[in-house]
Design a protein around this ligand. Structure first.
Ligand code: ATP
Ligand code: MG
Length: 350
């Protein structure tokens, strides 16, 4: 369960001080809408740090996960390009990081068949994140695609033999499935010399593994509670003005008893690179209005350079598509090699 999964997560700092060449990273997002501050502080910043440390990185745009959502499928290409735009604005460098759309890598998707054979329906049914996503889904019936989502993610992670996955907290149960798939595959299909085909991937959590949105729930693209990285300063102010708080004028940092106020304090603190207690102390008895002013200013100041880069990059849609094409080419080469190895250890005739 999530508690056991948390035990397998590692802190970014321990990896960053480690040997960068010894690791390979896979992360990604579904192209369901603009990236927000939860993504930035939850995973994106760690990705950029790891990339800058010289760790080899693959970033998957999980487009197959949303093609069945009619609202999104109409504008899938646009959503996919916009995700790349957010990545580049945040500091991912397509020369160093391989950014590719899931649907463009057939060999990756072919790993699904053996992987599906390694997990039971009961195990998939117990996954708390899938349950939660089903609850929030606009779809009325649960599709096989949605139900098997953690197995697709296992294929995304294992196709490039990633050992590190920078993710938010909600992804820990999925990571556990990927670890299970890797372990069972290695047990059932070892190389002739007994060595394992796949590493057992570890989650890499950030300082903000679950940033809350303006309604007090997990900040999410699909819940209308997020500050998008690419939002204007006015939009940012409006969204934060509408955030839920409480009636206590004294601002404090107490995530358990005052989650809404504390998540706003945390947001300002992350943007200012200070301790949340210090930010709360400074606002003192200013109440929700002063808190929201501080948060708005901090967020807008923090995001200003990212937004400027984003505006520049947005002018060249052709470049965004080229990034995806180049990434797909590199990802295909890696996926073909892994699939060949998988077919060999599984005893394929040719
Ligand atoms: P959706 O509402 O479509 O599920 P999302 O906002 O939850 O979108 P995902 O694409 O599901 O975004 O998640 C992408 C990555 O960002 C995952 O690693 C996830 O854990 C992380 N992430 C998403 N929201 C947050 C958050 N509020 N705090 C920290 N990390 C987050
Ligand atoms: Mg999500």
């Amino acid at each position: 369960g999530p508690a056991a999964a948390a035990a397998t997560a590692v802190a970014a700092a321990s990896v960053l001080s480690d040997d960068p060449a010894a690791h390979r990273v896979l992360t990604g997002d579904r192209p369901t809408g603009p990236l927000h501050l939860g993504h930035y502080f939850g995973t994106l910043r760690n990705r950029v740090r790891l990339q800058d440390q010289g760790v080899e990185m693959f970033v998957v745009v999980a487009d197959y996960q949303v093609i069945t959502d009619r609202d999104l499928a109409d504008r899938l290409a646009e959503h996919t390009e916009n995700l790349v735009l957010d990545y580049l604005a945040a500091g991912l460098d397509p020369e160093r990081a391989t950014i590719f759309p899931h649907s463009a890598v057939p060999a990756l998707n072919q790993l699904l068949l053996p992987f599906l054979s390694l997990v039971s329906v009961a195990e998939l049914g117990r996954n708390p994140t899938v349950k939660d996503e089903i609850t929030h889904s606009r779809q009325s019936a649960v599709s096989g695609l949605m139900f098997t989502y953690p197995v697709h993610q296992a294929a995304d992670i294992l196709f490039c033999k990633a050992d590190l996955v920078p993710v938010g907290q909600d992804q820990l149960p999925h990571l556990e499935v990927a670890r299970t798939v890797a372990r069972r595959f290695n047990e059932r299909y070892p190389h002739a010399d007994g060595s394992a085909v796949f590493p057992r991937p570890q989650a890499l959590l950030s300082e903000a593994p679950m940033l809350l949105g303006t309604d007090g729930g997990k900040m999410s693209k699909s819940r209308g509670n997020a500050v998008a990285l690419g939002a204007t300063e006015d939009e940012t102010a409006r969204i934060i003005r509408g955030a839920r708080t409480d009636a206590d004028r004294r601002i404090g940092y107490d995530p358990v008893d005052r989650p809404e106020v504390s998540s706003l304090v945390l947001l300002a603190a992350l943007c200012q690179d200070r301790a949340p207690e210090a930010v709360a102390e400074e606002i003192g008895d200013g109440g929700a209005a002063a808190l929201k002013r501080t948060v708005t200013e901090s967020v807008n100041e923090f995001l200003r350079p990212l937004r400027a880069r984003r505006a520049e990059l947005a002018a060249d849609r052709g470049h965004l598509r080229q990034v995806l094409r180049d990434g797909a080419e590199r990802a295909n080469a890696v996926a073909d090699a892994t699939l060949a190895e998988v077919r060999e250890v599984m005893g394929a005739a040719i």
